[in-house]
Write a protein that binds this ligand. Structure first.
Ligand code: DX5
Ligand code: ZN
Length: 224
């Protein structure tokens, strides 16, 4: 499968959001990664529905929405209405995860489950066939530009094994601390989708950085 790239809008210039969204539209990126934080599940607040709606109106690629909020069930329908194509909820925030995943799919979105760095992948063995995507956090969620946690490589391998063993079609997405240096190794370990915030938006040429990420082949090389 081809590698998918999802630039994280959290690191975009919020005073010039339109131009950053248009840059992603023009680029080789596949999805927009949108981080929603409530200041309770994570120690930071990002943005809410009005901003998401504006992004949705300008974006010409699927919106990959990552909910870092408690009680996500209260808002699933609204996220669909505001343009989410893929909706991911945290394992740690859902008491009835199977029900939540079912509801997301019923609403016509792809369903993802997110694991914090300390949450082992084996906890997904009874839900892995029901999800379209597993998002592995490679940093503690809440902020962009943090340092990548090395244990993530082992988690990718364990998740890949679980997915294959259970004949699941779930994609493996990696979020947090992804760089041009570690991206080839993440792909080699089995990542299907890479989120990148700081790496893309703090680079001199974000569009070219997206192309460099997109060009990573299974050989582990970055091919400009
Ligand atoms: C962190 C967010 C990430 C963040 C990644 O809580 O979920 O999506 O934007 O940013 P970088 O790529 O800068 O680590
Ligand atoms: Zn995220």
């Amino acid at each position: 499968m081809e590698l998918l790239i999802a630039p994280s809008i959290l690191s975009a210039d919020f005073a010039n959001l339109q131009s950053d969204i248009e840059m992603v539209n023009r680029s080789n990126a596949d999805w927009f990664h949108i981080d929603i934080m409530d200041g309770v599940f994570v120690p930071n607040i990002s943005f809410g529905f009005p901003v998401l709606k504006s992004i949705g109106q300008l974006a010409r690629k699927p919106l990959d929405v990552h909910l870092m909020i408690i009680e996500p069930d209260r808002y699933l329908e609204r996220f669909r209405d505001y343009g989410a194509d893929i909706l991911s909820v945290h394992y740690e925030a859902c008491t009835h995860l199977h029900r939540t995943v079912g509801k997301i799919k019923e609403l016509g979105m792809k369903a993802g489950v997110v694991l914090n760095p300390h949450t082992p992948v084996h906890l997904l063995e009874d839900i892995i066939r029901d999800v379209d995507l597993v998002l592995l956090m490679a940093v503690n969620p809440g902020y962009g530009g943090q340092k990548f946690i090395e244990n993530t490589y082992e988690k990718i391998s364990a998740l890949k094994e679980l997915i294959t063993g259970k004949s699941s079609k779930a994609l493996i997405e990696i979020d947090g601390g992804v760089t041009l240096e570690n991206a080839p190794k993440l792909v080699m370990a089995g990542a299907d989708v890479l989120v990148a915030g700081h790496t893309v938006f703090s680079s001199g040429n974000p569009e070219q950085t997206i192309s460099l990420l997109k060009s990573i082949k299974l050989t582990g090389d970055v091919n400009p």
